[in-house]
Design a protein around this ligand. Structure first.
Ligand SMILES: [Zn+2]
Ligand SMILES: [Zn+2]
Length: 346
């Protein structure tokens, strides 16, 4: 660093002492918020895989481009000066994870980050298992700026990883990519030659197709009357099913992967189906195509299509897997698991 900038910085830097006999000065930042943080090199050495033993006294580390607030938080945690990380926003958490990775002390930080993420993990868990909170869930995940998948991958947080990947499969559109993965090292791509985001994008498209298949399976369950009746008019179930397919088609629910619907997520498809089934009142469709087996409606026409569609949505959400961290990064087996990170590994 050029000496005049350095002098300017030194004059402004606020001193913070975290260890009474601190023998290491961390000089971080260069603006008005620059900090000189006095810490114990022994404490840092114990926590970090980065060796500080080679530093000659007076021991100094200069980090002009790091965020002073985050580095202070980092040192506070190592020196037991922090209660929790509730006060840290998304940006700071992301920075902390980055520093923890860079300083090779993820083990020390994992419990802290995990505790900070617990609430979010619980919210996502509850939302992904309950179709009635789908809208709330959508808002939660869409407004969420923390790249949960990346944090969980980097920190090796299996539970959060599973929940966040399931959430991503449900709520993100097939086209979605993380906003700026640059902050985190993405060790997965380099070490295992498997990129979680690429995997999620592919898997999302698969499940969107699967959802359309589920809609049709549900619609045609119990459908038997392909043949025209003796009066040569199409059978009641054919008329009914045709009307349902038309209304699905108009809502764009039969072709989720065409250009027009490329950005549709599984969640938004489900919500679209819910709206359609509610608004059109599918019972009316059955009435408009009256059952030809007079007096005693056939089993197809007496089905409650609305309830069946809603039940199908709930089942689809329940059956939607998340990705097992262990299987994804350590083994060749299929990493998609339905009921949480697979128990045989954890
Ligand atoms: Zn009928
Ligand atoms: Zn597993």
């Amino acid at each position: 660093m050029d000496s005049s900038i350095w002098e300017g910085r030194r004059a402004k830097a606020t001193e913070v002492e975290l260890a009474p006999n601190g023998d290491l000065l961390i000089m971080v930042g260069k603006g008005d918020d620059a900090l000189d943080i006095k810490v114990s090199s022994i404490v840092l050495n114990l926590a970090s895989g980065v060796s500080l033993a080679m530093l000659a006294p007076p021991k100094q580390i200069v980090m002009p481009n790091a965020n002073p607030k985050t580095v202070l938080e980092f040192c506070k945690i190592l020196h037991h000066h922090t209660e929790d990380l509730e006060h840290c926003d998304a940006e700071q958490i992301l920075d902390l994870v980055g520093i923890a990775d860079e300083w090779m002390c993820k083990k020390v930080f994992k419990p802290w980050i995990a505790q900070r993420m617990t609430k979010m993990n619980d919210q996502l868990r509850a939302a992904t298992s309950d179709a009635f909170t789908m809208t709330a869930y959508g808002n939660l995940i869409q407004s969420e700026t923390i790249p949960l998948v990346d944090i969980a991958a980097t920190m090796g947080m299996e539970d959060l990883f599973w929940t966040a990947t399931k959430a991503s499969l449900l709520a993100r559109s097939p086209e979605w990519m993380p906003p700026s993965p640059g902050k985190l090292p993405r060790p997965e791509a380099a070490r295992y030659n498997r990129d979680i985001h690429e995997f999620l994008v592919k898997t999302r498209a698969q499940y969107l197709k699967q959802f359309v298949k589920n809609i049709f399976d549900c619609l045609f369950e119990g459908f038997t009357h392909w043949e025209p009746t003796e009066t040569n008019r199409p059978g009641c179930s054919l008329q009914t099913a045709t009307r349902f397919v038309e209304s699905l088609d108009n809502a764009g629910l039969t072709k989720p992967l065409t250009v027009r619907h490329q950005e549709r997520s599984l969640l938004s498809s489900m919500l679209a189906l819910q709206r359609l089934v509610r608004a059109n009142n599918w019972k009316r469709i059955v009435l408009e195509a009256p059952c030809t087996s007079h007096g005693n409606p056939c089993s197809y026409c007496s089905r409650d299509f609305t309830a069946d569609m809603f039940a199908m949505i709930v089942n689809t959400i329940e059956d939607l897997p998340g990705v097992c961290h262990y299987c994804f990064f350590s083994t060749d087996r299929d990493p998609l698991v339905t009921k949480g990170p697979c128990s045989e590994h954890h």
